[in-house]
Design a protein around this ligand. Structure first.
Ligand code: ADP
Ligand code: MG
Length: 305
């Protein structure tokens, strides 16, 4: 029987989501005949190494955010020689660093919103871009630290109170229009979902409060835009060197009519995997059940040791 250790939890802002992702994946693997066990990862490396000794056949990485999604745990597993799911060390690190990811995506001719990295102090004194614009941390997820600065907002106050923003922040032109997301599974982009928050933008609350956002699958957009979103997500996955499953977040500006313009915001290398998450929903839409999806992910596990 294949032994799978499912890493979940972690020390990031996304710990709670990861606990749920891990539980759902472990249960599905168990049902499909894998010897799956959960490991709640904390910031205790000796303990993690001990929990992985003797090594399982595969690690299922259900961590999100810092250390779990940024190449850190991937590097440890490379060192230990244990095959793991999802992207490897380099792709994980590139995708997690929003500034580096933009550079790689632009070099692959993919459109990202106009923007740049600026010192946090600089934003305090003057607007780096015409309003509305977006301020975000270089390496968080789940919309933690993401702020939209509109006409009457005070960026100085936000910069003072939000300690998830580092010394440098990414600022981007606010792209109006709609929010899209696309799952890539290996060589194939699965489907396009439009996410419609009932209030405000797709922030932390709207991501994880049941019923706070509506998922429209397939996204009701122009057929050409739908195809382009699939193509761009796959191109982004390949440009960053991702493995297994990833999920690209895009903005679709259709304010000048359809088909509109697409911009990639980011590629998530460890997307949410609860049964209600976007990736399982898109897989289901193309006829791949949750158990089948999780099993495919395990079979793709690899290691760059
Ligand atoms: N340039 C932008 N224009 C419009 N909305 C944006 C922009 N950047 C981020 N957002 C909004 O903030 C959300 C989170 O941003 P994203 O870059 O995906 O970071 P995270 O890793 O936190 O998910 C997006 O889903 C979108 O709703
Ligand atoms: Mg996102």
């Amino acid at each position: 029987m294949t032994e799978v250790a499912v890493l979940h939890g972690g020390a990031s802002a996304e710990r709670e989501v990861s606990l749920k992702s891990g539980q759902a994946c472990a249960a599905a693997l168990y049902d499909r005949g894998y010897d799956a066990r959960l490991i709640d990862v904390r910031r205790d490396v000796p303990r993690l190494v001990k929990d992985l000794t003797p090594p399982p056949d595969v690690v299922f990485n259900a961590l999100h955010g810092r250390f779990g999604e940024d190449g850190t745990v991937q590097g440890l597993l490379d060192l230990m020689g244990i095959p793991y799911t999802h992207s490897g060390r380099l792709a994980s690190a590139l995708a997690m660093d929003k500034a580096m990811a933009r550079t790689v995506l632009e070099s692959a001719d993919l459109a990202v919103p106009e923007g740049m990295v600026v010192a946090r102090e600089a934003v305090r004194s003057a607007d780096p871009l015409p309003r509305p614009y977006v301020i975000k941390p270089l390496g968080e997820g789940s919309s933690v630290g993401v702020h939209i600065i509109r006409e009457h907002d005070d960026p100085a106050e936000i910069l003072e109170t939000d300690d998830t923003l580092g010394e440098e922040v990414l600022v981007e032109r606010f792209v109006p229009g709609r929010e899209l997301t696309v799952t890539v599974m290996g060589e194939r982009a699965l489907a396009v979902t439009e996410i419609k928050p009932k209030q405000g933008f797709y922030d932390y609350r709207n991501k994880y409060t049941g019923g706070a956002s509506e998922h429209r699958l397939p996204a009701p957009i122009h057929a050409e835009a739908y195809e382009a979103a699939l193509d761009q997500a796959l191109a982004a996955h390949l440009a960053l060197g991702c493995r297994g499953v990833s999920r690209a977040d895009l903005r679709y500006d259709d304010t000048g009519g359809e088909p509109g313009d697409l911009y990639i915001l980011e590629v998530n290398t460890q997307p949410g995997m609860t049964e209600l998450s976007l990736v399982p929903e898109q897989a289901e839409h193309v006829g791949i059940g949750f158990g089948e999806l999780v099993e495919w992910i395990v079979e793709e596990a690899a290691c760059d040791g």
